[in-house]
Write a protein that binds this ligand. Structure first.
Ligand SMILES: [Zn+2]
Length: 274
């Protein structure tokens, strides 16, 4: 009897260890969806997103977003997966990441950023959500591990569509205040490590805050909504930059390439789908 209990305990510990994953800064946390399942989920989500959105048909922009993304991936804490960076043609002023390293940005946001440091700030923030597996954690508690596994194995088309919508919803507005602060913090750490001026993060927050919440649409992950409030994010970012990145904060923000590329964006931007 004692032996059985011991082996059950040993099995439980083994199971927990196999689920422990490493997040930003090497922090451990429990995720019950394996990396393979997460990658498969990301793939299913991506397929669905591509049928419901217009992907920007401009390889110059797609390659540029990919280049900035990959330079940040190189210095991040999760390099065991392949990342994918995709520009969606839409007037929405937003960006989001889904499980498995899929990062999306809307042309509406690209149209409003002023330099490469700001683009790097958005991208590094989204990569940090992937590193910390925020969306997987939210999804596994929202829909349950069983259903997520079914979707990962491609067995349930209608559930996939529902969960994709939920997943994008989670990625756009479902993160907790703590998740957002974590993504902000590591976003700055990663962008600075990749050589970008971290002031880009502050400029980005200020620009988005100045737009107001406009009926709670068109806001970078609901940045201006109540959680967490923009000023708190700006204060935290300022604190981190002045304590660690004073030198790198003097670097150029690289405006020329973005301002040239912005002329390539389709105008007027297409209406957002209801
Ligand atoms: Zn976020």
């Amino acid at each position: 009897m004692k032996r059985t209990i011991l082996s059950i305990v040993a099995l439980a510990i083994l199971l927990l260890l196999s689920c422990a994953t490493t997040g930003p800064g090497g922090k451990k946390s429990l995720v019950f969806i394996s990396t393979d399942q997460e990658l498969s989920l990301g793939e299913q989500f991506d397929k669905q997103l591509r049928t419901e959105n217009k992907i920007l048909a401009d390889s110059v922009w797609q390659n540029y977003f990919n280049e900035v993304g990959e330079s940040i991936v190189k210095v991040c804490d999760r390099k065991d997966i392949q990342y994918h960076f995709t520009v969606i043609e839409s007037e929405q002023i937003n960006a989001f990441a889904t499980p498995g390293g899929y990062v999306y940005i809307y042309t509406g946001l690209l149209d409003r950023i002023n330099n490469e440091a700001e683009l790097a700030a958005v991208t590094a923030h989204e990569i940090s959500h992937v590193v910390a597996r925020h969306s997987v954690k939210r999804l596994q508690s929202a829909v349950g591990i069983g259903l997520l596994e079914q979707i990962a194995f491609g067995g349930n088309a209608s559930a996939t569509r529902d969960v994709v919508n939920l997943g994008v919803g989670v990625a756009l507005q479902g993160y907790s205040r703590a998740n957002e602060f974590e993504a902000d913090e590591y976003g700055i750490i990663y962008m600075a490590a990749a050589g970008y001026n971290p002031q880009g993060a502050i400029e980005l927050f200020q620009m988005l805050a100045s737009l107001g919440d406009g009926g709670q649409e068109n806001i970078f992950e609901r940045l201006s909504a109540s959680h967490p409030d923009t000023q708190a994010r700006i204060d935290r970012a300022n604190q981190l930059i002045s304590s660690k990145y004073q030198e790198i904060a003097k670097r150029p923000r690289n405006e020329a390439r973005i301002s040239k590329l912005k002329q390539r964006l389709p105008k007027p931007l297409p209406e957002k789908k209801p």
